[in-house]
Design a binder for this molecule. Sequence first.
Ligand SMILES: Cc1ncc(COP(=O)(O)O)c(C=O)c1O
Length: 494
Amino acid sequence: MDTMLDIAIYKNSVEPIYQQLARHFRLQIESGRMIAGDRLPPTRDLARQLGIGRISVVNAYAQLQTDGLIAAHPGRGTFVTGSRPVRPVNTNSVWAARNAPQFSMREMTRLARQSGVIAFSGGAPPEEFLPVEALRQAINTVLDRDGAAAVTYEESEGYPPLRASVSDYVTSLGIQCHPDDVLITGGAQQALDLVMQAVLSEGNVVLTGNPTYLGLLDIAHVRRIIPVGVPVDDEGMRINELELAIQDHRPGLIYVAPTYHNPTGAVMPIHRRRQLLALANQYNIPVLEDAVYHELTYHDTPPPPLKALDDQGIVLHTSGFSKILLPGTRIGYLIADGFLRERLVRVKQSADVCTPGLNQRAMQLYLANGLLVGHLNRVRGELRTRCEAACAAAKQYLPPGAQWVEPRGGLYLWVQLPDEGPTAAELYITAIQHGVAYAVGTLFHTDGGGSRHIRLNFASHTPARIKEGFKRLGEAWYAWQQQYAPAVQRTPIL
Ligand SMILES: Cc1ncc(COP(=O)(O)O)c(C=O)c1O
């Protein structure tokens, strides 16, 4: 063991040196021993003092930077950032493994926003898909028609005609629904949050696929709910593993996104949907179904939503208009029947009183004018083209050994990097330097897994930009290998 600056480095440990170093600084920052503005030693000096390769220090700093704990200022040095994550009161291993996920994403997003970077990291549909003109017309019509009523408080449950339109819409997907069962929410994100609040208490367990939607983990983190990951395969959550997890963890809720899953793109086949429902009914655990990508199919009609197969009222179904229409209007919905409905309305009311009425009315008009079907047909065709471009570019430019499954819907390509070479977090800064950004796989995991996975939102770019972005990604990977891999091999302590 070497100690220098109170840093303990075990050169014979199975834990790589850069991770030991990153862990040391993370602890210093989270415990408040290092605070915002504190300067970290220059990489060369620290490496020399500790008698380790400089690459270990560079990688440790890159990791901390990706986690948002430190920031490098060219010419001045590397400093602790101002907004370290709030330490959760509960210190069990789940919290420890899930080190402030929303913070990491923020830092990643900040880096990805640099000019010239082709960002595949976000979750939004492409801006050129958004029907701005139709929205303008709808808003003008609503204001002319409804005047002040459009901009005063709306009912907490939602604007009644929109609830009726949503009810008609989900009925067309096979869901038995009455307008009273519809709660309009501030995007699907709020629907997820409302359900988590209504159904679970602090310290309760929510079961979710692993990997899963990052926003679900963020809610769990903030609400002090424990997300437990259930292994997934190409068809989504594995049912035998789900049953074991139910028995082991006694969850209060099962979260599942069965169609064009974010981040994997997987679609759960109908027999597995039925098995999942049978288990939920057997153990009497409510299921929160997230269907925000259901419509974004580019080849075939996906299986019906879980809610359409649910004859016991155990499924709460959420979706919305962010991915298929206009994310910024923040219109989502929750279909909930039975005793939970009243409770959910109360939670919604306490959260924000109501979702903005003007947006609800404009959305209702858009739907009533029958514009959604044509819009979706255009979007699906373009998504298919972009997905094909992404898969072709991945084949051409990503290093040998990289793996992915071609998605049949949704916005994302989920890529596993080769075993030999950088992890997604290690590669991140080099990728940014090459002008390309992605989402790091660990963010989507409940247990720190996914270090060699990256999620690429190909949908947000034209085929030409996709090609260029994937080319840069491949170049970044090779550059990392050239710059660091020989050093890693040369340094016996690594
Ligand atoms: C699986 C999933 N659920 C919910 C959401 C949130 O959607 P909204 O913008 O409607 O809140 C997202 C957004 O990325 C998502 O990917």
